[in-house]
Every structure is written in structure tokens, then in C-alpha cells.
Design a protein around this ligand. Sequence first.
Ligand code: SAM
Ligand code: SF4
Length: 325
Amino acid sequence: MLIDNHNRVINYLRLSVTDNCNMRCQYCMPEDGVIFSTSKELLSWEEMFLLATAFIELGIKKIRITGGEPFVRKGLMDFLHRLATVDGLEDISITTNATLIGEHIDALKKLNILNINVSMDSLDKARFNAITRRDYFDVVLKNVHQLLQNGFNVKINCVVMGGQNTDDIIPFINFANDYNVDVRFLEEMPFNGHSKGFDGLEWDYVKIMGLIQSQFPGIRRMQSAPSSTSENYTIENRKGSFGIIPSFSRTFCGTCNRVRVSAKGELQTCLYTNESVSFKKLLSENPDTALIKPFIYAAIQSRFKNGFEAEEKTAFKKSMSLIGG
Ligand code: SAM
Ligand code: SF4
């Protein structure tokens, strides 16, 4: 079991497989001038597999594949096939913008990779396309429906932004009821790679909840896993559920069970820090999990207590696409 220096069990790895993306969400990266890593800078699939295996041997039980957009990198499905065979790994899940997942639905089902989080910030086509700066609304909605029809456990992630998509909050609650899905509202974080300014958070979890409560009586809090980042709720006589993730308010750090690895092999032990430990060189020189594990272990022993301490010491100021959310 992997336990950090604040006595938190670490059993969840968010693994970014690319920093490249086919969208340009305003809250994540600028429209132009984004320089993505070259394939030489990225971990090869072999290196990534080795690193993931080292984490699993140390006690990681769940891996979430993220990015950038994971499905833009060629070879992802082969990697997942391999990852799914590793003993000790109990769950593989994916966070995706759902633009490219359609053709992989059958293969994912066969691999039993059924937990898919889809980023969708609006149910209004014009608003969705304005936020993502691309024209993929129809294909995303189609793929969400296809995932649901195929029995996937789909969660919709919506980043709430004042002046942009707060009119979508109630339609998303209705969407959750209509399709019996979970919708999660995320507080916006200041990790947009200088895509836009960020003058503090207008729509925090209290304000989001206030709006939902004003429209729906009978909201009930659900029991969530202790390490859950979202507070989850059902509404009386309605299907589906909704959650709020206080990613900017950071109320969940005390039970944080996760670490992150970037596509370049940098281990980041808090989302709010700029500090990381690079495994790229080590992996190319020592392709052996036994040699890598002590470095992972050491990094886990020097985690920040919470995101505020991390931000105060070495604030992360880049794009979320580099670390995967
Ligand atoms: N491309 C995939 C997607 O969009 O789902 C995976 C990578 S994306 C960086 C992972 C998650 O981070 C998404 O749910 C996205 O909404 C979230 N995210 C990105 N930038 C954010 C920000 N500034 N504040 C809050 N969430 C953000
Ligand atoms: Fe791409 Fe996801 Fe970032 Fe949007 S949030 S730009 S889909 S990586």
C-alpha cells in the first residue's frame, strides 16, 4: 500500500497520454500558438506501460487515462489492451472530449473499460462550439448517446463559467434525469495556459448549489467514497444525479488519494504545484520497475498538505492539457 507523508492512501493515478488536443476549450488552452510536445519528448507507449506497472506494483488500483485528448494519440487502444492485463489494477477509466471515441466503443466494451467521463460544457450547440472553439457539438452528443446505449457508465463534466454557460446548469440537471446519468459541475481553475484572464472565481460550489436548490426542492446528498472530489446529490422523483467538484475551493485535499503523470513522464503529486519529478530519462536508461519504484515512493513522501500550500510555494500556471485535470 502506498501511503503519503500526510497518512493518505494513494491508490489512484491519472495518466496523461498526450498533451495534444483537437479542441481549444477556452478554460484550458489558447486558440493559437499552442506548442505540443514532440513524439520524442513524450514517453513511448513502452515507457508508459513500464511506469504504470511500477505504480501498480506499489499499490495503485485505479488508472484514469486523460490528456490532452487521449484518443488523438495513435496506439492508445493497444496500450489499453496491455494495461488491462496487469495484475492488481482494478479499474481503468477515461476522461475524453468524446469527439473520437465512437469507433472504439466496441473495443472498450470488450476490455471492460466502461467508466467514461465526457467533458461537455453546454447543451446549446452555439455555446458549446464557442467554448471549445471547434464545431464538434453534434458528434459529441451522438457519441454520448452511443455510449449510454451500450451500457457505459458516463459522467458528464461541465466547467461552470460566469457569463458563459451558467444557463446550462438547469438543462444539464434535466439531461441527467432524461438519460439517467451523472452530471458534475466543476469550479473553473486558473489553468488555461494564458487563454484568458482569471480574476478569481465567480461561480463557486455554493453559488452553483444555490441555483440548483432554487429550482429543485428535495435535493438529497448521496453517500460518496471518502476520497471523492465531488459532493453528489439526487433529486426526489428524478433519475440520474448531479455532483459539484470544488476544484478551486479545494475542500477535498485532506482525503486526496491521487497523483498525476504527464505525457512526458513528469510525476506531479498535487494539481496546484509546478513541481514534478521527471521519469523520462530514468525510464530510457533503466527500463526496470524495480529501479523506478524508489523514486516514485520518495516523491509520494514529500507531498504538499493541500493545494493551498502547493500554490503558495510553487504555483502551477500552465494549461490543464499538460496534466490532464
Ligand atoms: N480532453 C479530455 C477532456 O476534455 O475531457 C481530457 C483532458 S481535460 C484537461 C480533463 C478535464 O479537465 C476535463 O474535464 C476538463 O473540463 C477539465 N479542465 C480543463 N481545464 C480546466 C480548468 N481550467 N478548470 C477546471 N477544469 C478544467
Ligand atoms: Fe482539449 Fe480537454 Fe483541454 Fe478541452 S479540456 S482543450 S478537450 S484537453
